[in-house]
Design a protein around this ligand. Sequence first.
Ligand code: ADP
Ligand code: GN1
Ligand code: MG
Length: 363
Amino acid sequence: MKKYDVAKQFQLVGEVDSITPYGEGHINDTFLVTIKDSSMKYVLQRLNTRIFANYQGLMDNIQKVTAVMYDIVKSQGGDVERECMRLIPTVDGKAYYVDGNDCWRVYVFVKDTVVYQVIDSPEVFENTGEAFGKFIATLDGFDANTLCEVIPNFHNTVDRYKKFLTAIEQNKSGRVDKVQKEIDFVNARADKLSLIVDALESKQIPLRVTHNDTKINNVLIDKATGKAICIIDLDTIMPGSLLYDFGDSIRSGCNTALEDEKDLSIVNFDINLYEAYCKGFLRGIGDKITDKELDMLHLGAIIITLECGIRFLTDYLDGDVYFKTQYADHNLVRCHTQFKLVEEMESVSKQMLEIARKCKNNI
Ligand code: ADP
Ligand code: GN1
Ligand code: MG
């Protein structure tokens, strides 16, 4: 079905003027919908149903979480038009529209915001940290059992490592010989990959409802104030660890270059931005963080960056079947930036721990 016909299946106010590709996500197809003679805009998304096979469970999670967030923002006197994601129902009153293998949904487009692919301001990043910290604190009372596990083992780094070893064995793309150095890099760090999984299993840290995809382009920043006003990309909200949520913002936001920068000499880990995020995050989450989690924050950053690099490398070995790619070695280029960041974070990991403790004490 054509996109314009799909748009007609939703309760949009006004007549559609244009539907154009939008954003830089790696998974779904996102379109900006404009309306004739109106400033109203919408975001139309075709979910990647190969990745999100259980799109019914996913949309169910999103409905539950957005309803809770709406009530909270409203009760705190916030602007519900801009600070929460709002689904537009279909003409039949459903949350999404299925056309063959495609699943479509529509959100209200939040205006006058910007998303960053690279962070250039500590203030903006501190605000981002505060928003994600508050997000986790807000979901603290949410019963994890009411949400489905959208992608099983999504941040199970032990399982990610197993899948990586299988990809090497199967060598579907015939690229294994090209990446022996990268494979060695991962194998040398295999021990690290179980640290968070073990801590969760032994209940040293709690299982929470978390976002699981907190990269910096998944938060909308108000153009006028620089405040992080709305957290988006809610597809992977499910039970998890806050260490991954903290870590993925650090992975993406403390990188001085793009995730797919080819010139590794400009890919660096910015520890000042790390401190800015810590300040905001710890202020936002308040007393909901445990001492053990606090002392593992730096590991969250290192492990998720390693995980992300492994995922790009695995996809490279599998023949680029998961992440959207624009050229043949795109996943390998992404893997290199992640491994460079891992090395740099490892070299300052003690400092990262001290910064987190200092920021907590200074709240
Ligand atoms: P993906 O899962 O592919 O990453 P996202 O849900 O993150 O898809 O959307 C892709 C991009 O579209 C975002 O990075 C953001 O720029 C933009 N976007 C998504 N939803 C909204 C919204 N409600 N208002 C404004 N921009 C949005
Ligand atoms: C994907 O959807 P997007 O582009 O925000 C991926 C994340 C990765 C990220 C790497 C569902 O995020 O897990 O960390 O790419 N999302 C999914 O850029 O796999
Ligand atoms: Mg996204």
